[in-house]
Design a protein around this ligand. Structure first.
Ligand SMILES: [Fe+2]
Length: 215
């Protein structure tokens, strides 16, 4: 193992630990706690890492804007850990991979998203058979259409201004620091305003299933 990989492992492990600490302190429901328990089972040792090529975040201005909008004290450890690891991570763009072929998810989403997998079966920095934990960004003014999937899902909203709706009901503003749990197959959508949407995202199992558009 090279020294560079060793340092990278330490930094990314630190980010995952900061996420775990936040979730431990702020997850009230049983479903959120169950997902947290599964995250804490992942081996964060160097032996359990993939060699990944780091790349500059493709939406670099948006993620800088998102990070600079985070002022809430309790999110600062995660914000700082993301800022430190930003150029160490492997950033991906979902070009429709998460959706069924010809899904009509739309250019708005396809051109405006970016993610990295801190833990995951194929693209994760730390390996896991099923669990995927990562960061997910949507640029400003994007409507992420109503969709659902087989995996239960946990989101930690890191930025303000994004509205969510569930099962097509009224839009609800979710503040930075709020945690959303989506049960399997519950439809959800997001509407991003001026501040880019930056989040921590987790699919604990059934993570190879595709997302399906509700309408
Ligand atoms: Fe989802």
């Amino acid at each position: 193992m090279s020294l560079a990989h060793e340092n990278k492992t330490k930094m990314i492990k630190e980010l995952v630990l900061k996420i775990i600490i936040f979730l431990k302190q702020n997850s009230s429901s049983l479903e959120k706690k169950k997902i947290l328990d599964l995250i804490t089972l992942i081996n964060l040792d160097q032996q359990n890492t993939n060699y990944q090529k780091s790349n500059k975040p493709p939406k670099s201005e948006s993620i800088k804007d998102a990070l600079s909008s985070i002022h809430c004290d309790k999110l600062l450890p995660i914000k700082n850990a993301i800022a430190l690891t930003l150029n160490q991570l492997q950033w991906n763009i979902d070009d429709g991979e998460f959706y069924r072929k010809n899904s009509n998810i739309g250019h708005n989403y396809l051109n405006g998203n970016m993610n990295t997998e801190l833990i995951g079966p194929k693209k994760g920095f730390f390996k896991s058979k099923e669990l995927r934990l990562g960061l997910f960004l949507l640029q400003s003014n994007i409507f992420y259409k109503d969709h659902y999937h087989a995996s239960p899902e946990l989101y930690l909203n890191l930025t303000n201004g994004t509205k969510w709706r569930f099962k097509g009901s009224a839009w609800r503003l979710k503040k930075a620091g709020s945690i959303v749990f989506n049960p399997p197959f519950r439809s959800h959508a997001m509407l991003v305003a001026d501040i880019p949407f930056l989040s921590v995202w987790c699919w604990p199992h059934s993570s190879s299933g595709k997302c399906v558009l509700t309408y």
